[in-house]
Design a protein around this ligand. Structure first.
Ligand code: ATP
Ligand code: MG
Length: 139
């Protein structure tokens, strides 16, 4: 069932470079409503759990290291067709292949430090949102 919600993180590289404001501007301009948001930092264990689906991939260790390396902004976003529209807004995983005007084209430096996360399905949006937010933290 489509929930019209997706989950995002502004990743440590983008936070460190002061891109939070620029990225939130793009998210607002694209018509997403913020349901929940927090500034936090993942432990190595939490990053490992969040990206557990990539456990077998060669870049898993590097990914967990990088995602627990500095603070992030986590958020639940709402809009019609949220998951697909947000993936379009952020652009390809590798910023070198991301379309002009996308968040990754504008703010990402590499495939491993690619500025933002976006859920890839309604089911994962639900799981990922629940990883960070209780029902009392959603508005
Ligand atoms: P995300 O899940 O963070 O939104 P994505 O869905 O575009 O990204 P995934 O295939 O889910 O891409 O990969 C998760 C993350 O793992 C990527 O965002 C990237 O940071 C990292 N990653 C993916 N492929 C590579 C790779 N070949 N080398 C290094 N890191 C990679
Ligand atoms: Mg993904």
């Amino acid at each position: 069932m489509a929930t019209n919600r997706t989950f995002t993180m502004i990743k440590p590289d983008a936070v460190e470079k002061n891109y939070i404001g620029g990225i939130l501007d793009k998210i607002n301009a694209a018509g997403f409503r913020i349901v929940a948001m927090k500034y936090t930092k993942l432990s190595k264990e939490e990053a490992g759990e969040f990206y557990a689906v990539h456990r077998e991939r060669p870049f898993y260790g590097e990914l967990v290291e990088y995602m627990s390396n500095g603070p992030i902004v986590a958020a639940i976003l709402e809009k019609e067709n949220a998951v697909a529209d947000f993936r379009t807004l952020i652009g390809a995983t590798n910023p070198a292949e991301a379309a002009e005007g996308t968040i990754r084209k504008m703010y990402a430096e590499s495939i491993s430090a690619n500025a933002v996360h976006g859920s890839d399905s309604d089911e994962n949006a639900e799981i990922e949102g629940n990883f960070y937010f209780s029902s009392l933290e959603r508005f």
